[in-house]
Design a protein around this ligand. Structure first.
Ligand SMILES: [Zn+2]
Length: 504
């Protein structure tokens, strides 16, 4: 049984999918006018974890995340830089996808863009006008009248005021202050405009998610008859806690009024990332951008840190905690290295789950990995899945992993040649890799992270020189090379297969 905390009902609910063994998830994606920040990273990781859990439990998952590529901020950036809005959005979409790839996020099944879905938005706005929920203002503006939606406020327990006034450039033609724009009429030369049945202009922010969910997840993927009897458009709508009001409230209202059904059966919201101002970091500066964190830390190390705090809680980002959490990842790789060193069998998974940015390749890698998870110990995987299925209880899951690592190491100390046991451990590690997206690197490479290619080459040639010196019984030279590398933070390990090294 899976339970999840529904942020509308404010309690843990048993997850019952709309269609058996299927789950449709929509996550509000970024507005692409700037680099992605740690808040984006956290949200992406949180719902990537949920997605992996559903996939592991053999659900058919349809996962969508949009790109908001029409927005005031994008227009502003294009004017500032003298480039088109398309160039701005395309640039930041590419950078966003690179960041997500580095963080080990599975690529969504669907990545709808606002600019590619204008007809769907027009259609929904027309429905809202026809049914009397929306009205036209001056200058081709169209608003939703929230007074007409009796259920407005049911998500956030908020109704009026404190709306996103900043998005409304001309509030004079609204009937009520808290009505929000579905379509914004063209305002002049610094604006951009698309044709529509309501005149030139551009869509409001909220309508894009409702229209894209309706089109791609609710309608396109169902038989007509099945579509018509649905009470909910999708299973899970997710996003950052800051989106609950007004964005999600408005999305839900539009869908309810236009289609007569609720937008989502369950609503999940992830907590914020807080940065401790000046104290935050020496090496990161006070940057909130993923790209700057990635200059200092490998994406997997960042992922490992960001997933360690329950997805609904706030995370106070600081590098001390990040380095502390890295020890957990080190232990995973240490065990992986230990069982791989003896080359027990080809049955140890060697997948690179996220080598490709193509979803099909990623899912294929996950399928391959799944075959290895069959070797996992029941005593490990059962409680692990139980913890994750309980509203993604990550602290419990991590302590189960910690315990498994420690028991495995103790056992291997006493029984270093037990191949069956090693195979079971490789199964356990495959489960961690699949579910948490951790541990997919070659362990030797993992312990060499943080060096440039040039530095790696220098170390390799010194290592070779040392091997040569040892062959010629020049132990003084061999030892001096070892000491020299050690002073650079490089430790040499001599194994029956030859010498390797790690960055310590
Ligand atoms: Zn949205």
């Amino acid at each position: 049984m899976i339970t999840l905390f529904d942020s509308i009902k404010k309690q843990k609910l048993k997850f019952e999918p709309i269609s058996p063994k299927q789950v449709r998830i929509y996550v509000c994606g970024p507005t692409v006018y700037d680099d992605a920040h740690l808040g984006h990273a956290r949200s992406s990781i949180a719902f990537d974890l949920w997605r992996r859990l559903f996939l592991f439990l053999d659900f058919k998952v349809i996962f969508a995340k949009n790109f908001t590529d029409i927005d005031d901020k994008i227009i502003k950036k294009s004017l500032q830089n003298g480039i088109s809005v398309e160039e701005v959005s395309e640039r930041y979409i590419e950078l966003y996808l690179n960041d997500m790839h580095a963080l080990g996020i599975l690529r969504p099944d669907l990545e709808p863009k606002a600019t590619s879905n204008l007809p769907q938005m027009h259609e929904m706005i027309e429905q809202l006008l026809q049914k009397g929920y929306a009205y036209k203002g001056e200058n081709n503006d169209v608003y939703l009248s929230i007074a007409k939606d009796k259920a407005y406020g049911s998500l956030s327990q908020r109704t009026t005021h404190e709306q996103n006034q900043s998005r409304i450039t001309n509030a004079n033609d609204k009937q009520e202050e808290s009505d929000f724009a579905l379509w914004k009429g063209y305002k002049g030369e610094d604006d951009i405009a698309y044709d529509s049945p309501f005149g030139k202009g551009r869509p409001g922010w909220h309508i894009e998610c409702s229209a894209m969910i309706e089109k791609h997840l609710a309608y396109d993927m169902r038989e007509k008859q099945e579509y018509e009897k649905q009470e909910f458009a999708i299973d899970i709508h997710a996003g950052g806690a800051d989106l609950l009001f007004p964005h999600h409230e408005n999305e839900a209202s539009q869908t309810r009024c236009a289609t007569g059904r609720e937008l989502a059966k369950y609503w999940l919201h992830n907590g914020f990332v807080n940065i401790n101002g000046e104290k935050m970091s020496k090496s990161l500066g006070n940057s909130f951008f993923i790209k700057d964190a990635l200059k200092v830390y490998d994406g997997e190390i960042l992922r490992n840190y960001l997933l360690g705090v329950h997805y609904r809680l706030a995370l106070n980002f600081n590098e001390e905690d990040l380095l502390q959490s890295k020890k957990r990842l080190d232990k995973i790789y240490r065990l992986k290295k230990r069982i791989m060193a003896e080359r027990i069998a080809d049955s140890i998974p060697q997948t690179k789950a996220l080598d490709s940015t193509e979803l099909a390749d990623q899912l294929e890698s996950l399928n391959t990995l799944k075959t290895h998870t069959k070797n996992a110990q029941d005593s490990f995987i059962k409680p692990l899945l139980e913890a994750l299925s309980d509203d993604y209880n990550i602290s419990k899951a991590l302590s189960i992993i910690e315990e498994m690592l420690s028991i495995s190491n103790d056992y291997l100390d006493k029984n270093p040649k037990d191949k069956a046991y090693k195979l079971a451990i490789s199964g356990n590690l495959a489960c961690i890799e699949y579910l948490l997206g951790l541990g997919d690197k070659d362990p030797t490479l993992y312990f060499q992270l943080g060096l440039t290619e040039q530095e790696r080459q220098d170390i390799e040639s010194k290592l070779q020189a040392r091997t040569e010196a040892k062959k010629q019984k020049n132990y003084v030279l061999a030892d001096s090379i070892r000491d020299e590398l050690k002073s650079q933070g490089i430790e040499i390990m001599d194994t029956p297969q030859g010498s390797t090294w790690e960055k310590i």
